[in-house]
Write a protein that binds this ligand. Structure first.
Ligand code: UDP
Length: 412
């Protein structure tokens, strides 16, 4: 059985002072024409990673403006998630395709989940490749189907993307974060394409304003010395997020500034079997350095704690080597933190190098920029302020809601 996800209640009007009245009015006008539309979001997990983060806000806001939105999570066992993790990596460019039996496993779980789907939807939005094949089995259960891709498909492993394209082309639309992420093999002749980057919720516990004292209080509980500088990266334990590169950068900074500390905060997603293995490799790499805190959700690190670490850090890093969008980037910028990110994927969309943060391509560059920020607090403040305004304009959930309503309108 597909699992319905319970989401709280949110009110669009509460966001007016953050995004401005014109956007709220535009949303209300669009929504007036779409009242009662039955929309289902299907995703692979309700916990961990960017997709669930987005849906916990987008779904309640869709409901608030009159869309009958639901969110359900597909069921899968380890064999399915092992296959879909391989698929995710291959679609991001890792040259290893699924074996014939792994492809069969993916198909079988998609068919099984499709059979338990309710009918009568106006629009079903399928998030990411895990449930991509469901539509083929039950196309009549919704009037329209949209595939929402959250990963960077610009340089996929050819056999893996070739296998996916026929499924994608059966949809009534495909949505990507950036034009560059659309693989050459998908064209507008095959499927209508939409470009819209994701967004963060400025009022969620993860992003709401936390006083410096409260942030320090929370970080102190995890053993951080709140009187010494802190560098922090928040992300899943995944090689593409490069936590080992962050440790390398920290060690370089540490040579010039021995008082600096590092926190690597990462949740373990239920659909990510590799997570634990890589978590352990990261622990090993830190070699027991007491100034490196490696924390995950099993240490009780939830949204408020992520907020506290991002708010407390003098420098927030997201040193990814591949990144679909990187919600953590906007999360840090929204808190007006000086930010350093890998020059890949969706990070440059959020970080204008030298204006709203720094973009780097190596541990050395990352260390160099960190030291610059740590030594020049005024520079950090300036970058942080500019970063926050950039996020306010482009990456808060009401803008994403507006984009989705526009897509629904185009389907009518
Ligand atoms: N996250 C979290 N706790 C953690 C690590 C990550 O809540 O310990 C959240 C993070 O704040 C962000 C999301 O998980 O909201 C990750 O989204 P992102 O787009 O950065 O990366 P993804 O995991 O989707 O690749």
């Amino acid at each position: 059985m597909l699992q319905p996800v319970g989401v709280g209640h949110k009110t669009l009007a509460d966001y007016t002072h953050l995004v401005g009245r014109p956007l709220i009015e535009e949303i209300n006008e669009l929504a007036a024409e779409l009242k009662g539309l039955k929309v289902l979001h299907l995703s692979a997990t309700a916990f961990g990673g960017g997709v669930s983060e987005i849906l916990y806000t987008l779904v309640p806001l869709m409901r608030d403006v009159g869309i009958e939105a639901e969110w359900q999570v597909i069921i899968g066992r380890e064999e399915f998630f092992n296959a879909t993790k391989l698929m995710h990596n291959a679609l991001q460019g890792n040259p290893l395709d699924l074996s014939p039996s792994e492809w069969r496993t993916w198909e079988e779980y998609n068919e099984m989940n499709a059979q338990t789907l309710d009918e009568g939807w106006d629009v079903i939005i399928v998030h990411d490749p895990q449930p991509l094949a469901m539509r083929r089995h039950v196309p009549d259960k919704a009037k329209k189907w949209i595939w929402r891709c959250h990963i960077d498909l610009s340089t996929p492993h050819p056999p893996t993307i070739e296998r996916c394209v026929p499924y994608i082309e059966e949809y009534d639309g495909a949505v990507f974060h950036l034009q560059e992420y659309v693989p050459d093999s998908i064209t507008t002749d095959g499927v209508p394409l939409h470009i819209c980057p994701p967004a963060i919720d400025p009022l969620s516990p993860k992003n709401m304003a936390l006083s410096p004292e409260d942030a320090a209080f929370v970080c102190d509980q995890f053993g951080v010395d709140v009187d010494r500088p802190l560098i922090c990266q928040v992300s899943r334990f995944d090689p593409w997020k490069d936590p080992l590169g962050v440790i390398d950068a920290y060690r370089l900074v540490n040579q010039d500034m021995p008082e600096v500390q590092l926190a690597l905060v990462g949740s373990m997603a239920t659909d990510d079997p590799e997570g634990w293995e890589f978590f352990n490799s990261t622990l090993e790499y830190a070699q027991g350095d007491p100034d490196i805190k490696i924390l995950n959700n099993l240490n009780n690190v939830g949204s408020i704690e992520v907020n506290a670490f991002q708010s407390q850090a003098e420098v927030v890093i997201q040193k990814s080597t591949r990144e679909g969008f990187g919600l953590t980037v906007s999360e840090a910028l929204w808190k007006a933190r000086p930010f350093i990110g890998g020059d890949v994927g969706g990070i440059p969309l959020q970080v204008q190098d030298g204006t709203t943060g720094y973009l780097v391509s190596s541990a050395e560059e990352c260390a160099d920029r960190s030291l610059k920020i740590l030594r020049e607090p005024d520079l950090g403040k300036q970058l942080g302020r500019a970063g926050k305004e950039h996020v306010r304009k482009h990456f808060l959930t009401p803008r994403l809601l507006r984009d989705w309503l526009g897509i629904f309108k185009g389907l009518q």
